[in-house]
Ligand binder design. Structure first.
Ligand code: FES
Length: 101
């Protein structure tokens, strides 16, 4: 059963229009800031299973290896929606960022 766990400090969040990789327990996550909204998704691309530092384009995180675009809310790849990464609910409590992992 998933539950909210602290994944980083609020001060560690990416700036608007940026993404950042963090390690939370056994997961490697991509935190993305799209217009001030924070999302968290697995940072392991389903194409090559490699970690990918995210770049933001609109509401998508772009994998730098083959440029697949993943929606920050659904985790679905833009041109192949059946390919997706897991996304996690995020909330901020005080100075802590929590995700439902
Ligand atoms: S490894 Fe991510 S799109 Fe190819």
């Amino acid at each position: 059963m998933s539950e909210f766990v602290r994944i980083c400090a609020k001060a560690d969040l990416p700036q608007t229009g940026e993404a950042r990789e963090i390690v939370a327990g056994d997961k490697v996550l991509c935190l993305a800031n799209v217009d001030g909204g924070i999302s968290a998704m697995d940072n392991i691309c389903p194409i090559a299973r490699s970690a990918r530092p995210g770049m933001i384009e609109g509401s998508k995180v772009i994998c730098p290896w083959h440029a697949w675009a993943f929606d920050v809310k659904t985790g679905a790849a833009e041109h192949t929606p059946m390919a997706r990464v897991d996304v996690y609910e995020v909330k901020i409590e005080g100075d802590d960022v929590l995700a439902k992992l």
